[in-house]
Ligand binder design. Structure first.
Ligand SMILES: Nc1ncnc2c1ncn2[C@@H]1O[C@H](COP(=O)(O)OP(=O)(O)OP(=O)(O)O)[C@@H](O)[C@H]1O
Length: 295
């Protein structure tokens, strides 16, 4: 860090010039260019977390948060210590999916304390700092990125086997920042089989390849509907385009999640066999755990 010429230097956290209005909220306030200190804090926190996996999607609404919550529940039921970082700052859903609506983050001398779900999953989400669940987070990209970094650097995650990071859709600021800042075991890409969703997945695949981030696999969500009478699988989007795409880019398709009609209107994902989604995610959680433990 250059302490002599800080005024001319752009902030490494918010990428903005010193003196911008964002500076007041920036964890790097007063130490512009102090990237090593920031990185050191992040690395110290990550040292107690065995595996870090980000869940990404090309498009919004494909079920990325649902898959993240379902994976967290399965890993937790498999006996692992699990944390979930809801990095979808503008559209945080994790508190609802894990039954933590209305819960707020508190501080302790060890840092920001995550909130624990009834299954013992440690969760941190921007919704836990807002006044209400209908309050919008009207923040520009660099500030959202700063908050995500802070959720890594300043949260007392403690010992975890898995930290799952639910990223906002696309290839914007937060996915880029997390993929660069956090040593990841890999990413899991969630897509439906629609043309547009798969088109955007190819961008994510290329981004991960460019950043040398391992792709643990692609999950096709809302892949089929199981007929309640004859059990036949009805593929609503026709032949799987996700499978074709996975083959084209040489990445594994690690599972297909059915469309669950019971899920409509459900906030909290039930952590048992009542949820088709959670049950369908069990073999995927087992495969991911096997792959990262044996890599
Ligand atoms: N397999 C499924 N069957 C039925 N409904 C589903 C399924 N997966 C997700 N959903 C529903 O689809 C909607 C979108 O899911 P979710 O919020 O997980 O998507 P997302 O990709 O995280 O969206 P965004 O990133 O835009 O917030 C939710 O209402 C969720 O309950």
């Amino acid at each position: 860090m250059s302490s002599t010429n800080a005024t001319d230097e752009a902030c490494n956290t918010c990428k903005d010039g010193k003196g911008s209005s964002k500076c007041d909220m920036c964890p790097s306030k007063g130490k512009h260019g102090d990237k090593p200190a920031w990185d050191e804090r992040i690395m110290k926190r990550l040292a107690t977390i065995k595996h870090r996996i980000a869940i990404v999607s090309g498009k919004g609404g494909v079920g990325k948060s649902t898959v993240t919550a379902g994976l967290a529940l399965n890993l937790s039921m498999m006996g692992f210590k699990v944390g979930v970082l809801d990095a979808d700052v503008s559209g945080p859903n994790m508190p609802h999916l894990l039954g933590l609506e209305g819960k707020k983050l508190m501080g302790s001398e060890l840092g920001i304390e995550p909130v624990q779900s009834r299954n013992g999953i440690k969760v941190v989400s921007s919704e836990m700092v807002l006044t209400g669940s209908d309050t919008p987070m009207i923040w520009r990209g660099p500030m959202r990125t700063t908050l995500v970094n802070q959720f890594v650097a300043d949260v007392n995650w403690g010992d975890l086997d898995y930290l799952l990071v639910d990223l906002p859709p696309g290839t914007g600021d937060e996915p880029l920042s997390v993929m660069q800042m956090m040593p990841l075991d890999g990413i899991i890409i969630v897509s439906t089989s629609s043309n547009l969703s798969t088109l955007d997945v190819s961008k994510i695949i290329n981004m991960a390849k460019e950043l040398n981030v391992t792709i643990l696999g692609v999950v096709e969500n809302m892949s089929y509907l199981q007929c309640p009478d004859c059990n036949k699988k009805i593929h609503l989007f026709g032949e799987s385009k996700v499978e074709k795409l996975a083959k084209k880019y040489g990445v594994p398709l690690i599972g297909e999640i059915p469309l669950d009609p019971q899920n409509a209107g459900i906030d909290e994902l039930p952590a048992d066999g009542r949820s088709l989604i959670v049950s369908a995610l069990r073999p995927i959680a087992e495969k991911v755990a096997h792959d990262v433990e044996h890599k």
